[in-house]
Design a binder for this molecule. Structure first.
Ligand SMILES: *[C@@H]1O[C@H](CO)[C@@H](O)[C@H](O)[C@H]1NC(C)=O
Ligand SMILES: *[C@@H]1O[C@H](CO)[C@@H](O)[C@H](O)[C@H]1NC(C)=O
Ligand SMILES: *[C@@H]1O[C@H](CO)[C@@H](O)[C@H](O)[C@H]1NC(C)=O
Ligand SMILES: *[C@@H]1O[C@H](CO)[C@@H](O)[C@H](O)[C@H]1NC(C)=O
Ligand SMILES: *[C@@H]1O[C@H](CO)[C@@H](O)[C@H](O)[C@H]1NC(C)=O
Ligand SMILES: *[C@@H]1O[C@H](CO)[C@@H](O)[C@H](O)[C@H]1NC(C)=O
Length: 342
């Protein structure tokens, strides 16, 4: 008795013997493609190996025909990545890369003072070209600075045509009778703009120190005294004592940048804040803006004295016309301040 399984197996063997052996799926070679790609091939069928886009082989593509033996011939095809042009050096900058081969990306950066004119990375394409193109590092420049009100440019020399390079500086000066707030020196920054411009303010302005814009030039001697560098250069600032009581730091002190007055007479007894004082002693370092004193005058008919006010207003104090200053030699004359009040 012949088993049906044996019959099936025998007919399979016969088929192989007549038709020859089939070729298996061809070997995978790196970066290559096979056309057509199937799981098996009849003897006589043709396949073509070629490199994937971005890869090249010395020998170009390879054709093979499935032989009767059912074994593909040895394939020596070698696909290697395309190499893009050398791009390892960027003037005034740096390139970060592993290789210049497809499909790698390289990165660019510029040294301080330069900016990237172009993309910060490029890819090696299938065609072996950099995309986008290689950038350049261009110097950072600042346009001519604008000049604040009441200021002039004391030092300024454009170094890049009409512009300035990164870290160039310019120096401002205030017009006479103006005080500078902020830094007189500006610097061209990496953003292509200048650091903060100073301000020049007229001496009649008041300022509040709490909102004073340029904190670095503010010096605290202690909690109750303050000194600002420009005070030394500002003739209107009280000469009596340049540190000024602030009372309470958290309160907003207002300073008047007005001139002080010289004592307008050689000597006189005056009333200041309700007290009789010798003006030449009390104000020997000058009177502050706003200081008010009362001079004594004589009423000749009634033989009595009265007072008239005088106030220091921004460097000027007008002595009342009725006030008579005695020569120190005229010792016999009675001073108005010693005469009974009217
Ligand atoms: C380029 O920059 C990218 C993004 O920052 C990063 O992922 C990549 O590793 C860099 N390549 C090189 C070669 O440094
Ligand atoms: C500088 O500015 C002047 C006046 O605006 C102009 O005539 C000159 O061409 C500029 N020079 C450069 C190098 O840009
Ligand atoms: C003023 O600016 C210059 C240059 O920008 C800097 O060197 C200096 O420290 C600044 N001065 C102050 C008081 O901030
Ligand atoms: C300069 O430009 C940068 C970036 O745009 C900006 O953040 C900065 O405030 C500018 N500086 C001044 C002083 O305007
Ligand atoms: C200014 O006044 C303070 C206290 O009122 C005093 O300690 C300081 O010595 C004075 N400075 C000058 C230069 O007179
Ligand atoms: C100073 O300011 C603080 C906080 O505002 C307040 O509590 C205190 O009473 C003030 N002192 C004077 C003397 O005004």
């Amino acid at each position: 008795m012949i088993s049906p399984v044996l019959i099936l197996f025998s007919s399979f063997l016969c088929h192989v013997a007549i038709a020859g052996r089939t070729c298996p799926k061809p070997d995978d070679l790196p970066f290559s493609i096979v056309v057509p790609l199937k799981t098996f091939y009849e003897p006589g069928e043709e396949i073509t190996y070629s490199c994937k886009p971005g890869y090249v082989s010395r020998g170009g593509m390879r054709r093979f025909i499935c032989p009767l033996t059912g074994m593909w011939p040895i394939n020596t095809l070698k696909c290697t990545p395309r190499v893009c042009p050398f791009a390892g050096i960027l003037e005034n900058g740096a390139v970060r890369y592993t290789t210049f081969e497809y499909p790698n990306t390289i990165n660019f950066s510029c040294n301080t003072g330069f900016y990237l004119n172009g993309a910060n990375s490029a890819k090696c394409t299938e065609e072996g070209q950099w995309s986008p193109g290689i950038p350049v590092c261009a110097p950072i420049t600042c346009p001519p600075p604008s000049v604040p009100m009441f200021a002039t440019l004391r030092v300024y020399k454009p170094s890049a045509g009409n512009n300035s390079f990164y870290q160039d500086t310019a120096v401002f000066e205030c017009l006479p009778q103006h005080a500078m707030f902020g830094n007189d020196t500006i610097t061209c920054t990496t953003h292509g703009n200048w650091t903060k411009l100073p301000e020049c303010r007229g001496k009649y302005q008041t300022m509040d120190l709490v909102n004073y814009p340029a904190k670095p030039v503010l010096y605290y001697k202690d909690k109750s005294h303050i000194w600002l560098p420009w005070m030394d250069h500002f003739p209107g600032w009280p000469r009596r004592n340049r540190s000024t009581k602030l009372g309470n730091w958290s309160a907003m002190p207002i300073f008047s940048l007005s001139a002080s007055c010289k004592v307008p007479v050689k000597k006189a007894t005056v009333v200041y804040q309700g007290e009789r004082v010798k003006i030449q002693e009390k104000f020997k370092n000058g009177m502050l803006h706003g200081d008010k004193v009362s001079f004594f005058c004589k009423n000749k008919e009634k033989k009595c004295s009265y007072t008239e006010d005088a106030q220091c207003i921004d460097g000027t104090i007008e002595v009342p016309k009725c006030f008579k200053e005695h020569s120190s030699l005229a010792f016999w004359k009675t001073d108005a301040s010693d005469v009974k009040p009217c």
